[in-house]
Design a protein around this ligand. Structure first.
Ligand code: NAD
Length: 498
């Protein structure tokens, strides 16, 4: 059985805790590898490596740090397909979608290539008599990222690329479900010229995470995952005096106005609701048609499309989506469908009994479509994270704005309409962090920031884009007087520089 260890000091090392987790092939349900779970002392050892590597890396000029990023991009491009296949084999998303996962991560590395410009400070000549005032950014030291299973390339890169480019040393704790790609990314960073110890990967569970959250050498923690864990990480990390940003779960709505291009809206819902088997934090899980006629038309168009989704092994280039990541998630999703039926929602398409010949033990589930879902139902309120779309019928536009605004999550939302006034009003009033206008998955590009509101985001800065530079650095401001020989005697009042 293949064994996945940790990546410390520039190389893979074996785990010594004697604890392991299974890494499955989601297509067949078979265990394909086991991943070591780090114990406290192993994480401490990785942190010590990072702390030792930090001073020299921080002192490396930013253009040389950028060159490592450029070289890393080149190395990834040389083995893009192989990495995508590896990603797909542990996650279960299709090959094309796995390439998208890597691509959206690389775009943040491309952003980080601009670090010499992004780290530039400010300078005010003559802020007072003979006085110049300036500020600049410095890295924090050792920082960490804890990431989820659903984007095993993109999210580790969102975390580590800006942090490292800023001059920090990094500890990555990826998901234990699909750890191979993060390990490969660390290896490629070393090949790209990153000094050993600047990027370390510790695999594991709560024990590894808790060590990261309490070790005084770690200055900042970035987390992405489910909301209950995000809340825990935020509370524990900040109580230890760290800078912490945590991004959590989601319940993303798509509003369909009566004037929307209905075919475009249906295409958008099918892609955004069922792509990657719904295992995306920006997946649309709630469709909100406005008015009875819109709802009836939408539902009638959705039914055959959901019934005809092509589901199969992630290795088949013709499928729309593959299996869920684990049997545990499959059971959870099936349970939610049962709950929805018991709650009285209308299950128009039932994918629970989907079976695929030759893959009977794979984690497959057919697309599910609920109509007449009520905002009090658990299937509306809770994140399912599977290929399940709930239709919540809104009587009018006001109700449609209220639904996502009052939902406890606030990650993404979209409105489909041909009316500019409505789109503008919606964009301004809706209480959600990322908004799409006739665009179902509004994940901003890497030079903007990504972050949800309410229980989708804890902390006050977003990930990637300019906020990532702010999060991974601290500002120092200098007031300097030249020539220093000026003698004014002791000043007992606060300097005002009149
Ligand atoms: P998860 O919360 O189970 O795990 C995330 C990370 O936390 C993993 O590294 C895991 O090992 C660790 N972890 C799990 N339980 C822990 C515990 N009790 N104590 C300490 N650490 C623990 O999430 P997941 O199932 O891997 O990912 C799916 C979730 O991530 C969904 O809720 C999805 O919406 C969310 N997500 C959010 C965003 C975003 O940017 N908002 C992006 C992607 C995914």
């Amino acid at each position: 059985m293949r064994e996945i260890g940790h990546f410390v000091g520039g190389k893979e090392v074996k785990g010594t805790s004697g604890r392991f987790g299974d890494v499955f092939n989601p297509n067949t349900g078979e265990v394909q590898a086991r991943v070591a779970y780090a114990k406290h002392s192993e994480v401490e050892h990785a942190i010590a490596n990072a702390a030792a590597a930090f001073p020299a890396w921080a002192a490396t000029n930013p253009q040389r740090r950028a060159r490592v990023m450029f070289k890393f991009l080149e190395l990834i491009h040389n083995q893009f397909d192989e990495l995508a296949r590896l990603l797909s084999s542990e996650h279960g998303k299709t090959f094309a979608d796995s390439k998208g996962d890597i691509q959206r991560g690389l775009e943040v590395v491309e952003f980080a290539c601009g670090i010499p410009h992004l780290m530039k400070g400010e300078f005010s000549e003559g802020a007072g008599p003979g006085i110049d005032l300036y500020s600049f950014r410095q890295p924090l030291g050792v920082v960490a990222g804890i990431t989820p299973f659903n984007f095993p390339a993109m999210i580790p890169l969102w975390k580590c690329a800006p942090a490292i480019a800023c001059g920090n040393a990094f500890i990555l704790k990826p998901s234990e479900r699909d750890p191979s790609v993060p390990m490969r990314l660390a290896e490629l960073f070393i090949k790209a010229g990153l000094p050993p110890g600047v990027l370390n990967v510790v695999n594991g569970d709560k024990e590894a995470v808790d060590t990261i959250l309490t070790d005084p050498r770690i200055q900042a923690v970035g987390f992405v995952g489910s909301s209950p864990i995000a809340e825990y990480i935020y509370a524990t990390g900040t109580a230890s005096g760290k800078r912490v940003q945590c991004f959590g779960g989601a319940k993303n709505h798509m509003i369909v106005m009566p004037d929307a291009d209905m075919d475009q809206a249906v295409d958008a819902l099918i892609g955004a609701g069922y792509g990657s088997a719904g295992e995306r934090c920006m997946a649309v899980s709630v469709a909100v048609p406005v008015g009875k006629k819109t709802a009836d038309t939408l539902v009638q168009k959705l039914i055959p499309r959901v019934e005809n989704l092509k589901i199969g092994p992630a290795t088949d280039p013709h499928v729309d989506y593959g299996p869920l990541v684990t049997r545990a998630l499959l059971t959870k999703v099936r349970d939610y469908i049962d709950i929805g039926v018991k709650e009285g929602a209308k299950l128009l398409v039932d994918g629970r009994n989907f079976k695929l010949q030759g893959y009977e033990n794979g984690n497959f589930i057919g697309g599910c479509l609920f109509d007449e879902v009520d905002p009090d139902m658990r299937i509306y309120k809770e994140e399912i994270f599977g290929p399940v779309l709930s239709v919540v019928r809104a009587k009018n536009y006001e109700e449609a704005v209220r639904l996502p605004s009052e939902n406890e999550y606030g990650n993404g939302v979209a409105i489909f309409t041909r009316d500019g006034d409505t789109a503008r009003d919606f964009t301004s009033r809706v209480q959600v962090g990322m908004v799409g206008v006739n665009f179902a998955i509004p994940v901003p590009l890497s030079y903007y920031t990504f972050g949800g509101w309410k229980r989708s985001g804890f902390g006050d800065l977003n990930q990637h884009g300019p906020d990532s530079i702010r999060f991974y650095t601290k500002t120092k401001t200098v007031t300097a007087r030249w020539p220093s020989g000026t003698k004014e005697g002791a000043e007992f009042v606060i300097p005002t520089m009149r």
